[in-house]
Design a protein around this ligand. Sequence first.
Ligand SMILES: C[S@@+](CC[C@H](N)C(=O)[O-])C[C@H]1O[C@@H](n2cnc3c(N)ncnc32)[C@H](O)[C@@H]1O
Length: 260
Amino acid sequence: MFAFFSIRPRAIGASGLLNQIRKASSKRWQARQQRDQFTREAAVQGLKSRAAFKLLQVAVSRTQPNGRVLGVDIIPAQPPKGVSTIQGNFLAPEIQEYIQDFLRNPNRGRPRQPGAIDDASPSLLEPASNADPGAAQSDDDKTREMTVDVVLSDMSAPWYQTSGFWKRSLSNPYHRMMNTSGNTFRDHAGSMDLCNAALQFSSKVLKAGGHFVCKFYQGAEDKELEKQLKDMFQRVHRLKPESSRSVRLVRVSPTPSTVS
Ligand SMILES: C[S@@+](CC[C@H](N)C(=O)[O-])C[C@H]1O[C@@H](n2cnc3c(N)ncnc32)[C@H](O)[C@@H]1O
């Protein structure tokens, strides 16, 4: 159920008070941004925001010159140069299948060479092959699909969009939705679903020796996630990065055993 509320100031004085509160909160936000070492550093390095410290732009710089970086988000996001993006719900099986298709094709996400023919893409002109799409994949086929070095998830359930609907350009998409509801249990449960989906997906695409990183909100179910990680990977680290302001934690697991 959705409910709409509007707050109408009862007297002119109340409107002034609201403005003052807004200004004070905006000043506090600005002061905190200026103090924040990671925001300052991001500005110096020309990165999009402090979030970039955790994510895509860093991924691009670490994987140059031959790597590929694919970002997935349910809301429109302008990718940094050198990143491919898919807009879709990662929890939907068809989106995960689409991502796997992308990964299977070694030419996707790379600069096109003049005159090169993309052999790995299915032709739109020729009839589809007679191969039974439901045929079971052999173990060899599955292993060949495990080509990814790092799966990194900082997904957190988007909250309702409340402003910015008028922005319609791709380079400046509408405001990001809030990423926490303020309800600790709800944030935790939502983040566990997203981490579990990312982990399950990793078991299909991560190569032996690959890494899995995910962000989650602490709670009752995270022990179970940690147990699963320990079954799949040789080392599991749990930490709260310095650049994170909130109580969220990140679990990092380098040097995994073979994921099957
Ligand atoms: C903390 S933000 C990450 C922002 C982004 N990494 C960046 O650097 O700007 C969490 C993101 O997870 C996305 N998200 C949440 N649930 C998702 C889902 N089911 N599928 C895809 N993306 C999702 C949200 O839309 C949001 O942009």
